[in-house]
Design a protein around this ligand. Sequence first.
Ligand code: DGP
Length: 262
Amino acid sequence: MTHVCCLTPSRALYVGGSALGNLLKARLKFPQKYPNRQIRMATTHNSIVTSGNSESRGALIVLEGLDRSGKTSQSSSLLKYLERLGHSAELWRFPDRSTNVGQMISSYLSNKSQLDDHTIHLLFSANRWERRSLMETKLKTGTTLIVDRYSYSGVAFSSAKGLGVEWCKAPEIGLLAPDLVLYLDIQPEQAAGRGGYGSERYEQLEFQRKVAQCYQDLHDASWKIIDACQPMEDIEKQLQNIVLDCITTCQNGKPLSNLWSI
Ligand code: DGP
């Protein structure tokens, strides 16, 4: 059960069986001993707080890979699969081109505007920050999010241009850490052969080779590497099995954490 507390420090609308609940009760009895400040310290900066680390929640699942590795198709079929099973799930995509920041990114990607490499890096990051709070709310209310590209694209694509990896990671610190990173692995040459690249800025073989190397340097043992050259149905089955395990773990109360830890 989710224990939700609408936080004004002096008025808890509902708090169930939590340390915070006990603190609030104690404050009503002994107002001088437990001033407001202590109660504020027991909460986070958000207005929704769960009562502990064992709350059931949705899973944050990220798909990463080179352009044309199949992330978008696989994300969609994963969503359909989860919905068929009755899970609450949504498909998100970064960059999210629907926001003002996203439109600046889109214009840059389609070569309609020029931006300094650092500047565009920060815009991509800002585009993820724009969604952080909603992301946390969705997860805490039990929705699993399948996310097509996340901070790893940010670091891989910008460091492929020569920006320092640590510099690239810095603005991502504090975004929610994924519970699972699924990397669709494909050779840049094979990806390029899939119907050819379009007109977007990064769709060039030589650059994608650098991005592949950056992903290689960035990944860790927690990533699930999927051979993206298998038949689509085989990839779908592999993703489905991995994802279901992850969703169960999160339903059982895995705490949310922040980047940069995965
Ligand atoms: P997509 O909409 O998934 O096709 O992504 C558009 C392009 O932007 C693609 O070439 C990958 C690149 N990209 C995605 N996220 C980031 C990011 O955070 N930083 C940079 N530099 N590039 C990114």
